[in-house]
Write a protein that binds this ligand. Structure first.
Ligand code: ADP
Ligand code: MG
Length: 400
């Protein structure tokens, strides 16, 4: 083969974005397309799974076409396919998986199933199409993933190796933003709406509670959400306006102040714990990923703390923080390098945890023999039961 870098076709359909990308050498985005369903789900104020799956079906082929066209690539030039296998909505995942398996079979390409959360982490390794080369994040590092469905902090001492430091005990950070957005009458998704509203806050003195949870790295946002709800309801009642469920709203200047106070509370906890984790683990870098990592206040707070410690921070540009195909290409590349291959029996794993429940730090080399191997198999089986694996009918026959 020529000196060119191996090219992965990556597919993401776990939730409400159809993402397809071509990624070279695990880092360089050659082309990508993301079909967002935000407008589709906005009237419901949240994702409607059945609609999401159908929209993936509608947009996955056009997204692939666009990516091949803009990348100037044909399928026979692709070296492998990476696809999100979980966690996510079963119906949505199955669309991407079936599509990836069909392409892999038809073009005799190796396939790998990728954990969506690992994708959010590896987005920090990506390079834009015309971006100059820059070093990859050095190990050991701490990584904070904050998305609509997940919030956790891990230590990485090597590729694909995770030690869970903390995670949310109730709502994910993005979920909290979305709920707060609804309470404030800001619409869906709440995160960007709150961030935008907060910029306009004139008074910046609203203090909402932070759940520090002792010295742990765990997070909790449900108390904060309740505090905001109480405040909004009390102020609506005082103004003789109907409650939020009946469409009551505070005046925009007050909404801006509360949006600021809410964002401040979330950002304070996320950044304080992440920076403390970096200190405690002697990290050489900080990585951020997930939709909430596109929040400007959070990015600035972490960047300032990291700069004060002389640590580099790697935060993808906002469009790579939210769901996309390229991040699956970056993570999938590491899985390919580790020798992983998926067969035609690759299924959706709606509740696939990134860090194994029994805490094997290195998911690359599962134990092959002895009690460790038996424990591994047992834990995998338990996880499969809990996750309710949805197998996809294997593709039969052989390629023409
Ligand atoms: P998931 O993978 O769980 O669907 P994503 O990684 O796509 O989540 O991120 C979506 C989440 O990110 C939503 O909850 C959204 O409100 C939140 N989000 C997006 N932009 C911002 C922002 N600027 N500030 C805070 N939250 C944001
Ligand atoms: Mg996501």
């Amino acid at each position: 083969m020529s000196g060119r870098e191996p090219l992965l076709l990556a597919i993401e359909s776990s939730c409400d974005e159809t993402g397809v990308a071509l990624v070279a050498g695990g880092r360089r985005i050659v082309a990508q397309a993301v079909a967002s369903q935000i407008a589709l789900h906005a009237p419901a104020g949240g994702i409607v799974p059945e609609l999401a799956a159908r929209a993936h079906l509608r947009w996955i082929v056009p997204a692939l076409r666009e990516v091949l066209e803009t990348g100037g690539v044909t399928l026979p030039q692709v070296d492998g396919i990476a696809v999100t296998a979980g966690p996510g909505l079963a119906g949505s995942l199955l669309v991407g998986i079936a599509f990836a398996k069909t392409l892999a079979w038809a073009h005799r390409l190796p396939l790998v199933g990728v954990n969506h959360l690992e994708g959010h982490l590896y987005a920090a390794w990506l390079l834009g199409r015309d971006e100059p080369e820059r070093p990859a994040p050095p190990f050991p590092l701490v990584a904070l993933v904050v998305s609509g469905g997940h919030t956790f902090l891990v230590e990485m001492r090597d590729h694909l190796s995770y030690r869970l430091l903390g995670e949310t005990v109730d709502d994910a950070a993005g979920e909290a933003f979305d709920k707060a957005g609804r309470l404030l009458g800001l619409g869906y998704p709440g995160g960007p709406a709150i961030a935008t509203a907060a910029v306009g806050a004139r008074r910046r003195d609203t203090v909402l509670p932070r759940a520090w949870l002792g010295g742990s790295y765990d997070f909790s946002f449900s108390g904060l959400k309740t505090a905001l709800r109480r405040l909004v309801e009390a102020e609506l009642a005082a103004a003789a306006r109907p409650p939020t469920e009946s469409g009551g709203r505070l005046d925009p200047p007050r909404v801006a102040e509360l949006a600021w106070g809410f964002q401040e509370a979330v950002v304070d906890v996320l950044s304080t714990k992440t920076l403390r984790a970096a200190d405690d683990t002697a990290a050489q870098a900080i990585v951020l990923g997930g939709g909430v990592a596109s929040n400007r206040a959070l990015r600035e707070r972490i960047a300032a703390g990291a700069a004060a410690r002389g640590l580099p921070v790697f935060i993808p540009p906002p469009d790579l923080c939210t769901d996309n195909g390229a991040m699956i290409g970056a993570a999938g590349w590491q899985r390919f390098l580790a020798g992983e291959r998926a067969g035609s029996d690759l299924g959706a794993r709606p509740a696939w945890p990134l860090v194994r429940p029994f805490g094997t730090p290195d998911t690359r080399r599962p134990p092959r023999r002895g009690p460790a191997a038996r424990a591994y198999e047992a834990a995998l089986a338990a996880e499969r039961d809990a996750a309710g694996d949805v197998p996809v009918a294997p593709v039969r026959g052989s390629a023409p």
